[in-house]
Design a protein. Structure first.
Length: 744
């Protein structure tokens, strides 16, 4: 029988996940040792018996076999929460590539144990009469600080420690002296950090329509529906969040917990507010804006059963709930659900795997479902529910598509078309709000010379520099900056200018055209500080501004009843990407942007400004026609063999020396063609320089492998990983991405 080995992590404490140890699997335990199980192993020089978790299996020994110790036993109690997390880490590594350690750090994201915060209180230990007598004695001895404390304890049996320190101006040494004398006792109580600020819990529940009630009943009824994967396709403003709340409320009533995924931190404020009104302190949030202590405490609160609902981006998937009932993935089509670092997992697929281990359901929701989700629903893998009307009197907005080519021919060189400007003036006069969406960041696009065509590029990356208002040219890949030169460095021409289409420039244009308008700008530059999302969004929700200008983050799921106009500037910028998903992304962005208008009692209007009004993505978005778009897009994907009709594996090679990267790419593609020759339908494209050929002085090459079966591509990935280990690469790294959201 072939010898088998287990990689075991001895201490699952988060700061210890950077080391695993290999053990031999005895034949008697070969069936029961698998990733995620808890085992007992000998550890250290004294072979002290310790508990560990199996994180991976192998038939190859990393050390001389005679020196490898054997697993002693397997815990048969069943899989713990920690074991389940290890199992998910193993699944991530197997399905998406990368190292075991990288997968463990993804699933166990809090790396360092944080000290618990403590509250102190001061308790009276003697009778009121005895305390009064002691206070008088202190006054006579002119021990006035002690006297102040004792006087306060005559009226209150218990006082907060900090209140005494701050209000009575008493030193810690004074309180310690009184404790030693037996007059009082200082007690400490540890507590968790809670990033959720208390708010008014008064909630006006809307009346649900028939479609909403039906979905809630089916998804929350384990006896009838059974755990499964459900796709809720609802037009913008159709009340999907109320469905999420209803399903989660029923899960909590059954003693289960829920994970609520949102694609952007910017959505946390409104989502959290609605959930807090329904569930109070039993709901919490986890995202990158929290401190290390706050993140650590939310994980501990989840383990301790102190919360029922966690809200956050894709990392919230790994919250260690013991009795998970449902995972909700809101706006499931969003790119941010795909990790950009190894393992490059997708939250949608990972949620399905986690739910299958927990006996939970997955609920996917979107007004513009991803091609993958709708395709699987069509094949019966997901159960599809549709909500095609807004509740109450709210109706979908009227949409106007403006041809910017015609505007230019007729002499309008403004950022705003005549129709958009007219409607903005109308909203300002009526006291209604406007959202202007631009899919760009910064003050300008690239800078080029109008005389010779020279483009200002980053010296370390194969990308152009962007101009910002402070006069600096910035690389958004590596952070390199340089002042904007007065003349072209190539020909000396003074005509060095940028194609300005950034949020800052839009804000300036608003102030010029509408001097009295109150404007808020929300993009990556204005939301760097903690709580900046909440500050901007709450100000706009409170109608402290007339116009909100922003990038993608302002069109994703926000609900502002006062907004009756949405303007989409340069709508087709995303169509010009070298990316097979460009049409899908453009349709989604335009539809989501249009959906922000008219969500209250007043009807909404949308202006889409574009240079390609005839493109099918723009046409269907203007009509809010998802099915029409899907039909045309899926026909194109099927014709060329792109996901979801076929699957794709992207391989990126990063090398210090350009020629070495080219050579490794040739070797790896030849290996795939040779060793996977019997996999009918396998296609290899490349290698070639990546879309961005150089970043931070590192050269990038890529190739793609396509096949109809995902498991075949996993086999390709496994073989390439083995090849890289055998080669013992120096100065080169290889990354894998399945069904990529972006080209390498």
């Amino acid at each position: 029988m072939t010898e088998r080995y287990a990689d075991v992590i001895i201490d699952i404490a988060h700061e210890k996940v950077d080391r695993v140890f290999q053990y031999r699997i005895p034949e008697a335990l070969s069936e029961s040792v698998r990733p995620g199980v808890q085992v007992r192993v000998p550890f250290g020089n004294g072979n002290r018996e310790r508990t560990g978790y199996v994180v991976d299996l192998s038939e190859e020994a990393d050390y001389p076999p005679e020196k490898i110790k054997a697993v002693i036993s397997v815990d048969e109690k069943g899989m713990t929460v920690e074991g389940r997390q290890i199992r998910i880490a193993y699944w991530l590594k197997s399905n998406y590539g990368g190292t075991t350690i990288a997968a463990l750090k993804t699933v166990l994201p809090v790396k360092q144990k944080q000290k618990r915060l403590e509250k102190k209180k001061v308790l009276r230990c003697l009778s009121v009469e005895e305390i009064a007598q002691a206070a008088g004695e202190c006054e006579r001895k002119r021990q006035r600080a002690k006297a102040r404390v004792l006087a306060a304890l005559q009226t209150e049996e218990e006082l907060p420690y900090e209140l005494i320190r701050q209000k009575l101006h008493v030193a810690a040494s004074t309180l310690q002296a009184l404790e030693r004398q037996g007059y009082l006792r200082i007690e400490k109580e540890a507590f968790y950090r809670n990033p959720v600020k208390a708010a008014d819990r008064s909630e006006t529940r809307p009346v649900l329509n028939r479609a909403q009630r039906h979905i809630i009943e089916v998804l929350a009824d384990y006896r009838a529906g059974h755990p499964g994967v459900y796709l809720v396709h609802g037009v913008t403003g159709s009340g999907k969040t109320e469905v999420y709340l209803g399903v989660i409320e029923k899960m909590i009533a059954m003693g289960k917990q829920a994970i609520m995924l949102i694609p952007e931190i910017a959505l946390t404020y409104q989502t959290l507010l609605r959930f807090y009104k329904r569930f109070g302190d039993r709901v919490s949030v986890i995202n990158s804006s929290l401190s290390a202590g706050e993140k650590y405490d939310q994980i501990e609160r989840a383990k301790a059963g102190e919360i029922d609902v966690i809200i956050g981006p894709r990392s919230a998937l790994f919250t260690p709930f013991a009795n998970l009932g449902v995972i909700v993935v809101d706006e499931e089509h969003e790119n941010s659900y795909k990790s950009e670092s190894a393992p490059r997992y997708h939250a949608r697929e990972t949620a399905v795997e986690i739910a299958s281990l927990c006996g939970a359901s997955v609920m996917l929701g979107s007004a513009t479902p991803s091609m993958e989700a709708y395709y699987r629903a069509g094949k019966g893998e997901y159960k599809l529910y549709e909500m095609m009307e807004r509740p109450g009197n709210s109706v979908l907005p009227a949409v106007y598509t403006i041809d910017l080519r015609k505007e230019l021919k007729e002499g309008n060189r403004s950022i705003f078309s005549r129709k958009l400007k007219e409607l903005m003036e109308n909203r300002l006069s009526r006291g209604e709000q406007t959202i202007l969406f631009l899919n760009r960041r910064g003050y300008a696009g690239f800078i080029s010379c109008r005389s010779c065509g020279h483009v200002m590029k980053c010296p370390h990356c194969d990308v152009s520099l962007s101009e910002h208002r402070n006069g600096m040219l910035t690389c958004h890949y590596c952070g390199y900056q340089e002042p904007k030169p007065a003349k072209c460095p190539s020909c000396g021409s003074p005509y060095l200018m940028g194609f300005k289409a950034g949020t800052e420039q839009v804000e300036e244009a608003i102030h010029r055209e509408f001097p009295g308008a109150r404007v808020l700008r929300m993009d990556a530059d204005t939301t760097r500080r903690k709580d900046s999302y909440e500050r901007i969004l709450s100000a706009f929700a409170d109608e402290e501004a007339d116009i909100l200008v922003g990038t993608q983050m302002i069109v994703k799921g926000h609900d502002f009843p006062g907004v009756t106009l949405v303007g989409v500037l340069a709508a087709d910028l995303s169509l010009n990407r070298n990316d097979y998903r460009a049409g899908e992304r453009t349709f989604q962005l335009l539809t989501q942007a249009a959906g922000r208008a008219g969500r209250g009692e007043r009807p909404g209007e949308v202006v889409i400004q574009t240079y390609q009004p005839e493109h099918y993505s723009v046409v269907y978005a203007a009509k809010q026609d998802y099915r029409g778009f899907y039909g045309e897009e899926i026909a194109y994907r099927g014709l060329v063999g792109y996901p979801p009709v076929e699957h794709m594996l992207a391989v990126l090679i990063v090398s210090r020396v350009q020629e070495e990267g080219e050579r490794l790419g040739e070797e790896m593609t030849n290996l795939v063609k040779k060793e996977m020759a019997d996999a009918a339908g396998l296609k290899v494209i490349g290698p070639a320089p990546a879309a961005v050929g150089k970043i931070a002085d590192l050269y990038r090459h890529s190739f793609y492998v396509r096949h109809g079966e995902y498991r075949i591509l996993v086999e390709v990935k496994d073989r390439l990983e083995n090849y890289c280990r055998e080669r013992e690469l120096r100065g080169q790294t290889v990354q894998f991405d399945f069904d990529p959201m972006n080209t390498f």
